[in-house]
Design a protein. Sequence first.
Length: 188
Amino acid sequence: MIMISRFFLCAVAVLLIGITPSFAEGAQGYAVVNVDRVMMTSKAAKSIEKQLKSKSEEYSKEFSKHERELRQSQEKLIEENRALGQDASESKVKNFENKRKDFEKKMLETQQLFQKRRSSLSKAVNVANTKLQKEMFQTVADIAEEEQYRIVFDRKSVVIVEEALDITDRVIKDLDKTIPEIKLDIKK
């Protein structure tokens, strides 16, 4: 039994030794790219992030102003409601109800505006990221054709890889030349 196991191990070792040179020759046909790193550190990715941050801050300031105004209107309504009392005339009650309805309408409009802005910003970022991803894949394809790589793997799919096979830095460099910025097209 031990003799058969040693024979089997020797046969596998001889086979592997015979295969190793041909595998090493073909290793140049493979490359690895860290897609996440490209999508986060390229100039275009940074431009998208910068625009997103700027618009988010702009919207935050705008909605803080709306929130302040709504809070002030609500406080006025509460005071007017207290001042009405039970002996208030029908016209005063009607006037108060109209103000309350106007307040609720403004609040609903503000919520809808917030949702619309958030949605349009999200869509714009998704469109920009899709464009960046397409450009990145084209850059990877161009490098693969130039270097005659048969397969390019995403770094997430590879457990161990020789550093020389990682083309991420070159992809970023080439992508930065091709498309240094992507503008967010935010629909109003």
